[in-house]
Design a protein around this ligand. Structure first.
Ligand code: ADP
Ligand code: MG
Length: 471
């Protein structure tokens, strides 16, 4: 079809390991002092030799297993040569012909390959100087390439988010885009009038999921307009300008031949079938519950709304907290659905205000107790909100908190009657109006009575007593 956008993604993600890909320098993405996690190997001193980090290989194989890809039996590393100051050896050790993983699928998008390589150093330019920090040089880096099978920006965004969640779920990486732990490149083309596949353009430097979607939308529009006006898209690398919300030309793309790939002679070839821990069965047995499995379970077991499921399952921290809450609620469907409701609305609101989510410090047992209190009406929804706020800020026992602050709902008819008697004695005008047939006066008196109980009166009981007293 004419003017159909086609998108393929190339995503890099730093892996969570103790040490770097080919040496024992620390892999610490939070290190702020430059050039402390370095050694002769990752600084490329002559005569040094790389050693494969087994944990990094395992991470990739677990990702491959999760997405249903084919794990290589024979695999090797290759040198990808190019000159740039952030690549101290003059080549990057990567994989070319024999990636660890081929095929697979995630979020409905076919995956071409997943391979392992090393990250480059971080360079920064400014004030007439260029600085290089080698802490990042040699950090294990996953590269995942999708097939060109995406046709809209939303699907691309969904894929990238799902990959981040998968990496976090597997403990393979934190994949924070803001920290550069995950970097997304989008290849975009638009077919011509005859529907013939167009020339692709690669967009780099995208640092949020929203920007992925926006950059793709921008590029699709730009290329479509270009093709319609009789112009030709040239194969190039473009950047994403966050301020201008636009892509801009960076450079014309080099072909892979320029990299002079060849097998890395300093590393052994790997025959994965010779390593028992890397067998398909062993890897599958080590899988945690995967994001899509978790979402299916939430829908199946608790009948939760799809949007609630998506929210609760969107980060491992939320999901772990939710699972612990569900367990504390004996997995009772209605209670768990109510808990999900509170997480999606109230708790999400509180954490949004705080600017960070702190599920790790919120006791799921206490939260579950609050849900029970709310479900049996001991806590009004207002009372539950107030109690939750204190629970988040200070912790403690929700029943205690609610009692101390008079937030428990009052069911005691004597107490309620006393409050109502006081209101009726004061609001003589409204009482007369009600008796004269003005229904609205009842609502007014009910409001006043609720206020007299400091909002803690059980509304049903309160109304019942009020009507009786007025009659
Ligand atoms: P290159 O050799 O230029 O790196 P590849 O074939 O390896 O190209 O593909 C790189 C990325 O570009 C992949 O994510 C792939 O899905 C995507 N891609 C390939 N062809 C197209 C196309 N016509 N339109 C959009 N993306 C494409
Ligand atoms: Mg490529």
């Amino acid at each position: 079809m004419k003017y159909t956008p086609t998108i393929g993604l190339e995503i890099h993600a730093e892996l969570k390991t103790k040490t770097k890909m080919f040496c024992d320098s620390a892999n610490d993405p939070d290190e702020t002092r430059p050039n402390v996690n370095v050694c002769p190997v990752c600084l490329a001193h002559p005569g040094t030799l790389p050693v494969i980090n087994r944990a990094a290989v395992e991470h990739i194989l677990r990702v491959g297993t999760a997405v249903g890809g084919k794990l290589a039996d024979f695999t090797e590393f290759d040198r990808k040569s190019y000159f740039y100051p952030d690549i101290p050896k003059g080549y990057q050790i990567s994989q070319y012909e024999h990636p660890l993983v081929s095929g697979g699928e995630l979020a409905g998008v076919a995956i071409t390959r997943v391979h392992l390589e090393e990250d480059t150093a971080r360079s920064s330019h400014g004030a007439g100087k260029s600085l290089i920090d080698f802490n990042r040089a040699g950090i294990p880096l996953m590269e995942l390439v999708t097939e060109p099978v995406i046709h809209d920006a939303e699907t691309a965004g969904r894929f990238a988010r799902e990959l981040q969640l998968l990496l976090r779920t597997l403990g393979a990486g934190e994949a924070n885009l803001e920290k550069g732990e995950m970097r997304i490149e989008a290849n975009i083309s638009v077919s011509d009038e005859e529907g013939v596949f167009g020339t692709k353009v690669e967009v780099k430097n995208i640092n949020s999921f929203r920007s992925v979607e926006r950059a793709i939308a921008y590029e699709v529009e730009r290329q479509t307009a270009l093709i319609k006006s009789g112009g030709k898209v040239v194969q190039a690398t473009r950047g994403w300008d966050e301020g201008k919300q636009a892509t801009f030309h960076q450079r014309f793309k080099e072909g892979s031949a320029d990299y002079r790939y060849f097998p890395e002679p300093d590393l052994p070839k790997l025959y994965l079938s010779e390593i028992p821990e890397f067998s398909g069965a062993a890897l599958r047995a080590s899988m945690p519950e995967l994001p899509w499995e978790r979402r299916a379970r939430y829908e199946r077991s608790y009948g939760m709304k799809e949007t609630d499921v998506a929210y609760v399952a969107a980060t491992p921290e939320r999901a772990v907290f939710f699972d612990a809450t569900a367990a504390a609620l004996g997995d009772e469907k209605e209670l768990v659905a109510l808990a999900a409701n509170y997480i999606v609305s109230d708790l999400a609101g509180l954490y949004a205000k705080k600017g960070s989510e702190e599920y790790a410090t919120l006791d799921p047992l206490a939260f579950a107790k609050l849900i029970r209190l709310a479900s049996i009406g001991d806590l009004s929804s207002r009372g539950a909100k107030d109690t939750l706020l204190i629970l988040v800020e200070e912790g403690g026992d929700p029943e205690r908190i609610a009692e101390e602050r008079g937030l428990m709902q009052v069911h005691d008819t004597d107490v309620l009657r006393e409050a109502i008697t006081g209101v009726l004695a004061e609001e003589t005008k409204a009482v007369e109006e009600y008796r004269a047939g003005k229904e609205a006066a009842l609502q007014y008196l009910l409001g006043k009575s609720m206020k007299a109980t400091k909002g803690a009166g059980n509304p049903g009981l309160l109304k019942e007593i009020l009507v009786k007293e007025l009659g």
